[in-house]
Design a protein around this ligand. Sequence first.
Ligand SMILES: [Ca+2]
Ligand SMILES: [Ca+2]
Ligand SMILES: [Ca+2]
Length: 352
Amino acid sequence: MASHNGNGDGWHTSHATTERLKASIFRIPRWTKFVVTIDMQRAEASCFRHGSRTRERMRSGTRRRLVTGIGPALAGLSLAVAATLSATAHAEAAVCGDGEVEVGEQCDDGNTVSGDCCSALCLFESNGSPCDDGDPCTTGATCSAGVCGSGTAHTCPLCEACDGAGGCASAPRTTCRLPVLSDGASIVIRNRTNDERDHIVWKWRRGTATAMDDFGDPVATDTYGLCIFDELSGTPSLLFASTVPPGRTCNSRPCWKAVGTSCFKYRNGTTEPDGITKILLNAGEDGRARIVVKGKGPLLGVPTLPLPLPARVQLQAENGQCWEAIYSTAGVKKNDAEQFKGKGGVAPSARP
Ligand SMILES: [Ca+2]
Ligand SMILES: [Ca+2]
Ligand SMILES: [Ca+2]
């Protein structure tokens, strides 16, 4: 009943009795896969590899079973048939790019392109070789055991974030600490005709727990930035940005210093480069963490007033941490062309 196609790569059988049918495949190329098609008209049959403990029950119908292995090991491939059926099997060479990992392949990602950790020959590319993790907001992804790992987040200047296309655009950060109270952060912005008299004072009090380590190291490495975003339109736009570089000397003393084990202080009477003159970063438990930022003068570049509301104020650190408050109409005491004064905290929608 079994027939061989004579080329050493095929096998066919059909059977119409209820007897057990066994057939062997001969002269199989070393790296092969077998597609066994079983067309069962009436009853159940089982298909297994000779010597294998695995036995699959298959219901009536036409099924394609893929059996892979090294040629000689498959020489004993058997079909045990307990019903009327016909079956064919033929050898196929492993196909790189068909999405199935076959004998002789370490991987098959459905393409024959290298540079994606699975080479054009369906072999793992060496660990550490560059790859694209598919995220435009990360860089430096590398292969490990044929898989592309996550890259590191694309670094953008403060008050900006990855724009989703590999560049940076003005945007607030999304996971900043808020005050624990809805009015836990006050702000005063003054914009006078004489810019020498412009100033900003932001007091983030009653803050969510912040450890000293969360502040990073402004004394040596971490830049800080104060940003104000207009969220009136739904898509935040940047109204104000002012940065404070790490380290430096102000009036013959370090501009930044750690005070004790829970506080950083910044003091700069010259207002350079962006008008910020004082920063206090005070670590503490929930409700006790505190931040104060003060700036003044023409270098500050205060935003045009009145301020569109709601407005989001964020202090961002280069280490990725940030602290924020949202100001909406409810907490605003004054908002005219010369002064903005209000208390804010969590977004209005988040209030109980
Ligand atoms: Ca393949
Ligand atoms: Ca590939
Ligand atoms: Ca002014």
